[in-house]
Design a protein around this ligand. Structure first.
Ligand code: DGT
Ligand code: CA
Ligand code: CA
Ligand code: ZN
Length: 593
């Protein structure tokens, strides 16, 4: 089989890692990493480009050497430079490097000094104390590595939403193509509720010929296994290993079907109790009067809920916790939407570890219809991320200020500045003071104990120039556990210092997660939805961040970057913590209307 772009991108990512292990030059490592990013984003397969005789070096970031390796991979199924590196290095060392908390050097040390070549082996060595004896490791770091390995095992067969949603969209598009007369066809279940991980994808729809849709599903090229193929339900497993349950019902009872399979199970149980008390019972076909046995059907969810005396509830709220009581008391929030966002305050360019030139990122933000954006390349503390020295940051500020006249969108000068292990910032105060927006993030020393990490975060928030804390917990879904800290103390400090907290929309982070964002909102912490884009197409990922905010019951006025330009500028120009007044003013006003 010809390799997919994804596989080619992974090969270059691995090549970069192997070179890093060998201690090769940063320049060469970065070239491979950037090629990997570019290839991942290409809209058409490289195999086709090669067949058509296209010149791959025309693609930005792909030079002659890389283009030859792509051709070699496609033509022979392997790349000799890669094979050679693999042979030079101890077996399994790449797998070890993929464990969070283990960098290239540690991976080398583990395989050379402990003779370990598997993830399971590392877990054992972490548990029995051998891992802690390695140089620069220690007990605490070893424990953290064990936690990360367990995080991967715990996610088990659940799929992060960032992977599941595109699969669902692809299947829906393919089914529509095969059966043009299909009616509504939506994701239901956890995907419609925007849970951060998805057990399986549920698709619910109607069609004049329901069986034809099930037949079309089992015949899709991406389908690897058929579990159920019946008149009411079809279940398949697609290539990526995700299960898809498809149910096609009657248009007249579509509301009950969609409602039932949207769940959550807990919401349905609460709703059923609520209905039972009215002498009604619920199922996926409709609402039954328990006395007469008469079944009422509902074409949409609104009429279904209305029959129970309830308003329609956004799926993100259907957890079975508070939403039914809130709706009875008319307290359902009107939730923030993508179109409410007026800016993105966390964007990277090729000046640090982003893929694209500054202009491209500015234009991508403008294309979203934003009124403002902040460019926030990394500070110098990060070696491979190509962070900006004081001098490079100052010249970037000059450049951005000079670019402004060409654009309608307000370009804010920013930085994603490392919070050092001590809680100090990675740039001197006088440099930070020149910036409009400072996103302060933890990228190192993630294994600190809870008290140290809490103090570190609070110290960063007390800095007058820090606008936002980026991806607070640093977790990577299913890959890296969050850092340990006192969540309540940190959220309270955010409010006290007037520091905003980021909801990082990047689907591998989703950090803050929904429950943290919920509490932050209650405390009156300004929340910002940022994409942390490293590529101009990543700005579209905001939908995942908006979903977290919605699951946290956030209205537009709870989200700082829904403020119109003038108000947002007033916010950042007012010193902390008084700037909270700008945020609060709008919150009370909008609550009243
Ligand atoms: P998942 O797939 O684990 O991420 O979570 P869901 O919520 O998508 O669960 P799934 O796929 O098993 O079922 C979809 C929905 O169907 C679920 O949210 C509620 C409804 N449902 C399924 N089985 C039951 C059940 O036994 N009782 C009730 N009340 N509802 C059910
Ligand atoms: Ca499901
Ligand atoms: Ca299911
Ligand atoms: Zn970051």
């Amino acid at each position: 089989m010809a390799p997919t772009n994804q596989q080619i991108a992974e090969l270059f990512e691995d090549l970069g890692t192997l070179l890093e292990m060998k201690g090769d030059t940063i320049f060469k490592i970065r070239a491979y990493q950037r090629a990997a990013r570019t290839i991942e984003q290409l809209s058409s397969p490289l195999t086709h480009a090669l067949e058509n005789g296209e010149d791959l070096t025309k693609i930005p970031g792909i030079g002659k050497a890389i283009s030859e390796k792509i051709a070699e991979y496609i033509n022979t199924g392997q790349v000799s430079a890669y094979q050679k590196l693999l042979e030079e290095l101890p077996p399994g060392v790449l797998d070890l490097k993929n464990i969070p908390g283990i960098g290239p050097k540690t991976a080398m040390a583990i395989s050379q000094e402990l003779g370990i070549s598997t993830v399971e082996g590392v877990a054992e060595a972490a548990a029995d104390g051998r891992l802690a004896t390695l140089p620069r490791m220690g007990k605490r770091a070893a424990e953290n590595i064990l936690r990360h390995i367990q995080a991967v095992q715990n996610i088990g067969s659940r799929t992060p939403i960032g992977e599941a949603l595109p699969v669902a969209e692809q299947v829906i598009a393919a089914l529509r193509e095969q059966c043009p007369d299909i009616g509504p066809l939506f994701p239901a279940g956890s995907l419609r509720r925007w849970e951060e991980t998805i057990g399986d994808i549920d698709l619910i729809g109607t069609a004049p010929d329901p069986e034809s849709v099930g037949n079309a599903l089992v015949a899709l090229p991406m389908v690897k296994d058929v579990l159920v193929h019946g008149p009411k339900k079809t279940s398949v497993v697609v290539e990526s290993g995700i299960q898809i349950d498809l149910r096609i019902g009657e248009p007249g009872s579509f509301g009950a079907l969609l409602q039932y399979f949207t769940g959550s199970q807990q919401h349905n149980i609460r709703l059923r109790d609520f209905a039972n008390r009215q002498g009604l019972s619920l199922n996926e076909y409709g609402i039954t009067n328990t006395e007469t046995g008469q079944v009422e059907e509902f074409a949409d969810e609104e009429s279904f809920y209305a029959r129970l005396g309830l308003p329609w509830m956004p799926p993100e709220l259907r957890t079975g916790l508070y939403e039914i009581d809130a709706s009875l008391e008319d307290r359902l929030p009107s939730l923030v939407q993508e179109s409410d966002l007026k800016g993105d305050l966390h964007l990277h360019s090729e000046w640090s570890d982003g893929n694209d030139p500054i202009e491209m990122m500015v234009e991508a933000a403008a294309a979203q219809g934003y009124e403002y954006m902040a460019l926030t390349d990394h500070s110098a503390g990060l070696g491979v991320a190509n962070g900006l020295s004081n001098e490079r940051l100052e010249s970037q500020i000059k450049l951005l200020r000079s670019m402004q006249e060409k654009y309608e969108i307000t370009i804010l000068c920013g930085s994603e500045c490392d919070i050092r292990a001590s809680g100090e910032m990675d740039y001197p105060d006088e440099i930070l003071a020149q910036l409009d927006v400072v996103v302060a993030s933890v990228h190192s020393a993630m294994g600190q104990d809870q008290a140290t990490m809490t103090a570190r975060m609070i110290k960063a928030m007390e800095h007058p120039s820090v606008t936002i804390i980026g991806h607070l917990t640093t977790r990577l879904l299913g890959q890296r556990e969050p850092v340990e800290f006192d969540v309540e103390a940190v959220l309270q400090a955010a409010r006290d210092t007037g520091t905003a907290l980021e909801i990082n929309a990047s689907p591998e982070r989703l950090d803050l997660k929904d429950t943290h964002a919920y509490r932050a909102r209650e405390l009156g912490v300004p929340l910002v939805i940022n994409t942390d884009s490293h590529h101009h197409t990543h700005l579209n990922k905001r939908r995942f961040g908006v979903a977290v905010a919605r699951r946290a019951w956030c209205r537009p006025e709870d989200i700082l970057n829904t403020l119109p330009r003038e108000a947002f500028l007033e916010f950042i120009r007012t010193p902390k913590p008084q700037r909270l007044n700008v945020f609060d003013k709008r919150r009370t006003k909008m609550v009243a209307t």
